[in-house]
Design a protein around this ligand. Structure first.
Ligand code: BTN
Length: 244
């Protein structure tokens, strides 16, 4: 499944490099793993901090024959794949925060950024980018605007290379199976891992703050909230969720 694995010391963004290859028609099955990113990208236009040796910065490129609807729910399924990789090393208490943050002890351990390329009707390509905190020193992490945790705190002694290999293995399996399996094969696992299952949550869209009770996700991966007795559906993208 793996076309090529490039391990680099420093790069602007592993996602940017894989995306560039996909856009020039190569990059299917390409994985880039970096010790440091100088311009790591986060969701919603944020920067992602990746100081030297402090984490795992990994991107995988994949091309699909078919339209972008094939990818529905993929970003949530990536969270499930990462949880499975972490569970191989007995990392305790791994949870997911919709749509795809990996949490541990109520704080963020890893983030996922999917970037698309291709015409999106007949062919689409995706970069799956994952950043996982392994040993983030307090000083280096100053400026992160959300509660974070690292692997060294929750499960010391995990070999970074072995975990990166397990993550890659889970991601390649997922990408290979996804056109056939779809989100249906991951939905119940996602719901079992949901950090906020059954809880009251608040959700911020560009214009509104919604509060409601978390009912889980639908078949497309949209979040379902019961707001004053009415079920509303929220899609990923420009929204953020928190406990209310
Ligand atoms: C988030 O905001 O939670 C998503 C963070 C994704 C960071 C990873 S690190 C590897 C890959 N390259 C990037 O530039 N971003 C992703």
């Amino acid at each position: 499944l793996l076309g090529e694995l490039r391990v680099v010391d420093q790069v602007d963004s592993t996602n940017a490099r894989v995306l560039e290859c996909l856009e020039s028609g190569s990059g299917h099955g390409l994985a880039i793993l970096a010790e440091q990113q100088t311009a790591g990208r986060g969701r919603r236009g944020r920067a992602w901090l990746s100081p030297f040796g402090a984490g795992i910065s990994l991107s995988v490129g994949w091309q699909f024959q078919g339209g972008v609807q094939l990818l529905e729910g993929l970003s949530l399924a990536v969270g499930v794949a990462l949880a499975r990789a972490l569970e191989r090393f007995d990392v305790p208490g791994v949870r997911l925060k919709w749509p795809n943050d990996v949490w541990c002890q109520g704080r963020k351990l890893a983030g996922v950024l999917l970037e698309l390329s291709g015409d999106l009707t007949d062919r689409c390509a995706v970069v799956v980018g994952v950043g996982l905190n392994v040993g983030l020193a307090e000083a280096a992490a100053r400026g992160i605007d959300q509660p974070w945790i690292d692997l060294a705190t929750v499960r010391p002694g995990v070999a970074r290379n072995e975990l990166a290999a397990a993550m890659l293995d889970e991601l390649l399996t997922l990408l290979n199976d996804y056109p056939r399996a779809g989100f249906a094969a991951y939905r119940s696992s996602w719901e079992r891992l949901d950090q906020f299952a059954g809880q009251e949550v608040s959700l911020h869209t560009a214009s509104t703050e919604w509060r409601g009770s978390n009912l889980g996700v639908d078949a497309s991966g949209a979040l379902l909230l019961d707001i004053d007795g009415e079920v509303r559906r929220f899609h990923g993208g420009e929204v953020s969720l928190r406990a209310s």
